[in-house]
Design a protein around this ligand. Sequence first.
Ligand SMILES: Nc1ncnc2c1ncn2[C@@H]1O[C@H](COP(=O)(O)OP(=O)(O)OP(=O)(O)O)[C@@H](O)[C@H]1O
Ligand SMILES: [Mg+2]
Length: 315
Amino acid sequence: MKGEIIIEINGLTKRYGEVTALDSVSFSVEEGEIFGLLGPNGAGKTTLMEILCGLRRFDEGRVTVRGFDLMKDAYKIRSLIGFCTQETLLYDLLSVRENFAFSASLYSLDHKKFKERVEFSTKVLGVEEFLNRRVQQLSGGMKRRANLAAAIIHDPPIVILDEPTVGFDPAIKREFWDLIKNLKGTDKTVLLSTHDMYEADEVCDRVAIMEKGKIAALDKPRVLKETIGGVASIRVRVKANQTKQALAVLKEYNGTQREDDEIQIVAKDPWKTMTEVSNKLASKGILTEKIEIVEPTLEDVFIKLSGRKLSGDSQ
Ligand SMILES: Nc1ncnc2c1ncn2[C@@H]1O[C@H](COP(=O)(O)OP(=O)(O)OP(=O)(O)O)[C@@H](O)[C@H]1O
Ligand SMILES: [Mg+2]
């Protein structure tokens, strides 16, 4: 049922020799939500997902999925999960439909159910138009869609996506985000990993920020930004030769000059202050080229927690 806990992880620890990839990780995922693992390279995202899917052993802790214990009932859990890996696992020389048939055979789907699933998932994921094309003739974005559809051909209640949009251009990324939201609309629970803070913010109901095998924070993106990310600030750009003068005019607001020469002002009520600042500059004859309010992002949250940036690939 929606809102009930479907995945529960307690004190999960995984070591690869000297490396502790997961260090006593605990969290739970609710049925029907899109849950994100946001973290830089090496944070432990893939390790956690592979453990959940029964593809890796772990050293300590307890994992249950729909009440089944991963140590005892890995086989039952596997049928509850559709795992979409970062690399596409499709046969290039087969058509998309043939690939689906192959995936379905791994789960012993009967013909009727297979037909239903092809109809359903191709509609939800927009694969219909290239169902009969060979995989080698598809674009990167189409392949990823087909890969996702193949991963969930057995109609699992949980869909796990490992960095689903890495390397996509912004338009295809948006399209894929819509597909993921569509899955939620069909009552799936989605667990996805990403190092794209925009993706986590845009798509996920809740986000766990992972760093070096630990969960540094976990909440709704809005709450993380409000409680950890800091306050909104005003950014003003004036003509380069007027920046010093503008800083003097705006002294009472404690404006600071940023590396990009914009002036940053932190205020309790940024909307009111923005109007005041704009009027003040105009009254002194200083031309404002740009003035805006910048809200904190999940990147700010990550920097506050870890002291470093997420990764270069965040757009
Ligand atoms: N098979 C392995 N053998 C040894 N160490 C491993 C193995 N797989 C992962 N690791 C290590 O475990 C840690 C976590 O890796 P993991 O692949 O889970 O991170 P990730 O968050 O998925 O990173 P990325 O964003 O790069 O995919 C890293 O330090 C990694 O080097
Ligand atoms: Mg990974």
